[in-house]
Every structure is written in structure tokens, then in C-alpha cells.
Design a protein. Structure first.
Length: 399
């Protein structure tokens, strides 16, 4: 893998995005591919005139036919390259989080960290890795070994079970990769709270690390409020609201396993269980039932799953986002807060604000945006890769 046997030449004028350091090369920009066509093979990227552009990982089936490792002609893609890059990323994370009260964070965030297709989360000594494209897939064992050595972690558990692997022609894979088996529930700490994480079967890699700073914000806003937490999963926002002094929380999720872990997390933190009600129900149905019963809340949190992974699906997803926000607006008392999110990469900030504004209009309420919320700093967004920003949220106060 150290020497590039593959060469990819682009069509005339299609090198502009690469020169701007965008890491994706789409198949429509490629004129010719020469050499051994192995998935994950390092390829030399050239302009149509033959000028060197970068080193990339070849993905023969994907519409993204190459993901760029780097732009330096003299730096070969070998084990030393990955070791240097991982050392740099881990050093940056250490500096960023040295004052944070948590033992769980994202260590590697794909393209934004210069390692396209690789996701690594750390849960108190257990690393959970996702190899989402052909490049990191080809280096998967070496990368896992380096991660163990550089972090001193006990385990690397693989969660390469995301749908995006299908676009790469890669099979789903989930299981122990290196080191010791993780416990059935790995306990982590965050901002003074404790959570049990199922790294084997939980959502994403087990927990929504990207919402860390937003959970703290909800805690700071919750005092004295009656809160409705929709799509509560294992209770991240619910526990934060309770810890912040919420008078009562109604937590809704369709998953019995998630709610069971949420209740265990409540016990782990010795919070007052009399202030929380758990409801296993489809959120859309639950919101309609609450509306019909005339229930009102002081704060509503909407953190739904990804409705639109790509921009092509955005319009269909817009209806779902509008429906839940419209129902939420109808359930808020005057002066109440709606904390609403979209984690859909296909729904940009402007579209999301328009959807929420349309929902408020249809609900016949006036509202003001108090804050905009984003993913945490361990999910950085490279200036040359705006696609790295996927989580966007609004704190809206109704009149």
C-alpha cells in the first residue's frame, strides 16, 4: 500500500475543488484511471495537463471515486503517514479537552481531521471505530493497532454498520477488532453526570457525543421548567434538564431498550425519579396525543434521527421536520423555549430555519431565535469541507 500503482487523471477544468483542498473527487470529474484498480488503493491524482494534485484512496463503486489523504507530492501514504497524522489529531484533542470534565469524546472525525471515512470515538478506554469508505477499510488493522498504541486504550470495537458503506460496495461489519472485549455497558462521565453506553448495539457508536455542549446548555436553561424531551434515547437531555432543576420531564422514545438504559442512567446519577415520566411511543403520535389532551410545556427538546442524509432527500424530509416542530409550537406555553435540531447533512442551516419558521406560522405563534447550536468541538469542521457541519440547532422562544 505504500507505493501508488494507480493514477487518476481528471477532466479539463475539474481540478478546481481539489486545488481548494476539498477532499472529494466525484466520478464525473474523472477522465481516466490507469493501473491496478483495487478498492482502497492509493492513487496519484493528476490534472488533465498532468500536474500533481494529491494522493487519494480509490473507491471504484462510489460516486466519490477518490478521497484525498494529502496534497504533498513528497509525502507517501504509508504507515508512517497515518501514525504522524493520528499523533497530530490526538495531540489537538488533548489540548482541546484538557479542562473538560469528560472521559468520552470523538478522537477522529473523518475528512475534517484529514482521514476521510474514519470515525473513532473514545468511551473511557474503549475505542469505537467506523471504517466508512474504501481508504480506511484497506488500512483498518494497521489503524486499529496504531490507535491502541497511541491512546493506551484497552479495546478497539468496530461499528462499520452504517448505511454509507453500501455506497462503497463494502459489507456491514460489527464486532471486536483488537484488545479486550468491552463490557456490555461502558460507563462514561460527562459534565458531572454518568451514562451507560452500549457500544455494541447503541445508536451511531453508542452515544451522541456531538450533543455534549448542547446538553450543558439545556441544563443551564431548565431550572423551574416543565420539559418535554422527544427522541430522548438513553436520557442525555432528560438527565441534563433534571440536573439543571427542571420541575418535571416527560421523556419520549420509541425504543424500549433505549428507555431501559435511560432509567438505569437516572439511577446511576441518583436523580429524583419522581420528576420524570418515561413514555415509549412514536414521537409523532405522542405529540398529537399531547396536543389533543391540551398539555403544555415550558421547554420542548426535539432531537430526531437523520431524516435526510443527502440534499436530494431534503424536500421529502422537510415535511417530517415541519410536522414535529409545528406540533411542538402548539404545546409550548407563552415564553416557552423550543430547542430543536436537525442532524441531516442534506438540510442546511437556511433551510432548517425556514422549516421552523414555517412551522411557527402554521401554528399561529410568534417566535425569536435566541441561539444557534452546533456539534461539539471534537466534531470540527474543516474550512475546505463545509459538509462536515451536519448538526444544527435553534433555541426559539415563543411570544
Amino acid at each position: 500500500m505504500a507505493v501508488a500503482m494507480l493514477e487518476m487523471r481528471l477532466k479539463p477544468g475539474r481540478e478546481k475543488s481539489v486545488l481548494r483542498r476539498h477532499p472529494w473527487v466525484f466520478s464525473g470529474a474523472v477522465a481516466h484511471v490507469h493501473g491496478e484498480h483495487a478498492a482502497g488503493e492509493t492513487t496519484r491524482l493528476l490534472s488533465h495537463a498532468g500536474e500533481f494534485l494529491g494522493w487519494g484512496a480509490y473507491s471504484p463503486i462510489s460516486q466519490i471515486q477518490a478521497r484525498i489523504w494529502n496534497w504533498d507530492a513528497d509525502e507517501l501514504i504509508d504507515e508512517d503517514f497515518f501514525c504522524r497524522r493520528l499523533r497530530k489529531i490526538l495531540s489537538q484533542r488533548k489540548l482541546l479537552f484538557q479542562s473538560e470534565c469528560t472521559d468520552a469524546l470523538r478522537l477522529v472525525y473523518g475528512e475534517s481531521d484529514g482521514l476521510p471515512g474514519l470515525i473513532v470515538d473514545s468511551y473511557a478506554g474503549v475505542l469505537v471505530a467506523q471504517f466508512l469508505s474504501c481508504g480506511p477499510e484497506a488500512w483498518r488493522i494497521q489503524l486499529a493497532q496504531m490507535l491502541l498504541e497511541l491512546t493506551g486504550a484497552d479495546s478497539v470495537y468496530e461499528r462499520s454498520d452504517a448505511d454509507v458503506r453500501k455506497l462503497e460496495g463494502l459489507p456491514m461489519r460489527c464486532g471486536q477488532l483488537l484488545g479486550s472485549d468491552p463490557p456490555a455497558v461502558q460507563v462514561i462521565q460527562e459534565s458531572g453526570l454518568i451514562y451507560g453506553v452500549d457500544v455494541r448495539a447503541g445508536h451511531k457508536t453508542g452515544f451522541y457525543l456531538d450533543q455534549r455542549t448542547n446538553r450543558r446548555r439545556v441544563r443551564s436553561l431548565a431550572a423551574g421548567r416543565e420539559v418535554l424531551d422527544c427522541f430522548c434515547y438513553t436520557g442525555g437531555f432528560t438527565l441534563s434538564a433534571l440536573d439543571g432543576g427542571a420541575s418535571k420531564v416527560l421523556a419520549v422514545d420509541s425504543s424500549p431498550d433505549a428507555l431501559a438504559q435511560a432509567q438505569k442512567n437516572l439511577l446511576l446519577n441518583q436523580l429524583d425519579g419522581s420528576r420524570v415520566e418515561w413514555l415509549q411511543e412514536d414521537v409523532f403520535k405522542a405529540l398529537r396525543a399531547l396536543r389533543d389532551r391540551g398539555r403544555l410545556f415550558d421547554m420542548i427538546i426535539l432531537d430526531p434521527p437523520k431524516f435526510a442524509p443527502t440534499a436530494a432527500q431534503a424536500q421529502n424530509a422537510a415535511r417530517g421536520y415541519k410536522d414535529i416542530n409545528l406540533l411542538a409550537f402548539k404545546l409550548l406555553r407563552p415564553g416557552g423555549l423550543l430547542v430543536t435540531y436537525s442532524c441531516s447533512g442534506g438540510v442546511g442551516e437556511d433551510l432548517f430555519q425556514k422549516i421552523v419558521a414555517g412551522a411557527a406560522l402554521d401554528a399561529n405563534v410568534d417566535g425569536c431565535i435566541l441561539e444557534r447550536l452546533y456539534q461539539g468541538p471534537d466534531h470540527p469542521v474543516a474550512l475546505s469541507f463545509p459538509e462536515g457541519l451536519y448538526l444544527k440547532g435553534l433555541v426559539v422562544q415563543v411570544a
